[in-house]
Design a protein around this ligand. Structure first.
Ligand code: FES
Length: 101
């Protein structure tokens, strides 16, 4: 199944075969990540439309209240509807990187 992701004013292609974070990064969207395993929570955002499936993984970084409020972890979330809308990441990537001290 192919899907579309609305995020930050862009419509991006996605596939149920890849986590949302991969689809975002494949399209050139800068999105913070660390563990890519549902543990750290730095990739979290709100899903305002559509559904995701975590398959055998668990979103350990999210509380039950956060999940109820619509937060997801794109690093382990696969699209399970044809159209998804994501809010901006809760923890945006830094604008600049430190290249030397
Ligand atoms: S990158 Fe750690 S929970 Fe998504």
């Amino acid at each position: 199944m192919s899907s579309q992701i609305d995020v930050q004013g862009q419509v991006l292609p996605a596939s149920c075969e890849k986590p949302l974070l991969d689809a975002l990064q494949d399209a050139g969207v800068t999105w913070r990540e660390s563990c890519r395993n549902g543990v750290c929570g730095v990739c979290a955002c709100y899903l305002t439309q559509g559904k995701v499936d975590y398959r055998q993984r668990q979103p350990h970084a999210l509380t039950a209240e956060a999940i109820e409020a619509g937060q997801i972890l794109p690093c382990i979330a696969f699209p399970s509807s044809t159209h998804l809308t994501l809010d901006a990441p809760l923890y945006p990537a830094p604008e600049t990187a430190i290249t030397s001290l």
